[in-house]
Ligand binder design. Sequence first.
Ligand SMILES: [Zn+2]
Length: 338
Amino acid sequence: MKWLVTCFLVFSMLAAQASADSGEALYSVIFSQEVMALGPDGTPYPSTTINPEQIAGMQHYLFDLGRGRQLVIETNISNAQERGLFGVADAVKRCYQYVEAASGGTLKKGVLLYLIEFDELPLSYAFEAAYPAEANWSEVRLALVRTGEPLIGPGAPLELTDLLYDTLPHELGHDILGELPALRHDIDGRPSYYTRWFIDGICELLAKGFARQESPQLLQRLLAMRNIGSVMERERIREQVFVWEQHNTHAMDVESDLYGAAMLLLTVWTERVPLDRLIGQIREQILPLDGAALRAMMEAVVGCDAEQVCQRADRAGKQLTRENVLTSRLEQSPRWGG
Ligand SMILES: [Zn+2]
């Protein structure tokens, strides 16, 4: 019997203040990740608390990402190197190189990754780890691995694969865009600037670009998850994409499709101006850029109105789907070991 399991994933990074014995305040950041899975009757599965400080045999690995940035992996996997730990570190290094080359930006901070192994993966869990604020992490992430599973390649768990090849380049894209002074980002509790289609469109472009470099087979799955071949046919999506806010009441499928639509708009735009040049142009802007200003920029560069850009984006999505199906059939992926 196949159970219908609905998962809710909540991340947060909070600045916390703890008092030390000396009376001085120690500032630390608490990273938490919570996954709640609902059974078929809507009842949540009991949650497992994952606290790395209470897990036996935790090991600490440090990798140099260049330019003073580090990748730290904290794991309870005793034979992590045999299972491909260095391959994970190499993938993160290539991800940094790809995001910087494609965007023309510079990443300043590193990555802290928790890889926690279980014989049986918990469906619902709450994870919390604290680290000093000066640690300066760009990303802090957790991936759960089943005992004995490889960490890299086609046999690795989907959660870890998607983290390395999709989530990480996407989030590093946010770091690059966060450095552009004129670009407005939505802030909790304030009215939206409606820049999300542009920001998440670029981040998705970087994520899928990295996945393409690493494995056409993987890219095919990721593009299919975003319904890239048909998303722009949906009137609701075309209406919503330019008024897409950080906080909204969209169902999960609509939200996922909006990422796909945003990526396709940026695909059309970057066919005219390469991504690194586009980001360079945004970097030079002095006046604040909201969604409407970005939309006007896009229309001027592409040479048609937003509705027509959406039509081109639809064609680009269909083309991308056809090309990628072909490439993933023909090509082996040396890095992926396919
Ligand atoms: Zn994003």
